[in-house]
Design a protein around this ligand. Structure first.
Ligand SMILES: [Zn+2]
Length: 78
């Protein structure tokens, strides 16, 4: 339910990744570059579950279906 989401997320058209997750991805990208892997790209996608636009580092859902991991959506990526 949308009522469970923080107000910031409800008022934005696009759900943003929290800064901690973005930083995490930057660190991973640095490591990936050193390992000659292509970096993780953050892009705006439409959630396949609820249709919300959200910043994704590869996830297909914005986290709406997994309440506890909702705001750390980017953490599913290795
Ligand atoms: Zn969703």
């Amino acid at each position: 339910m949308n009522l469970d989401l923080p107000k910031d997320y409800q008022s934005n058209k696009v759900k943003r990744l929290p800064p901690s997750v973005v930083k995490d991805i930057e660190l991973k990208n640095h490591a990936r570059r050193l390992a000659n892997l292509s970096p993780i790209r953050i892009k705006v996608r439409t959630c396949i579950s609820c249709g919300t636009l959200f910043e994704s580092a590869g996830n297909r859902t914005c986290g709406c279906n997994t309440r506890s991991t909702g705001y750390i959506a980017g953490r599913e990526i290795i």
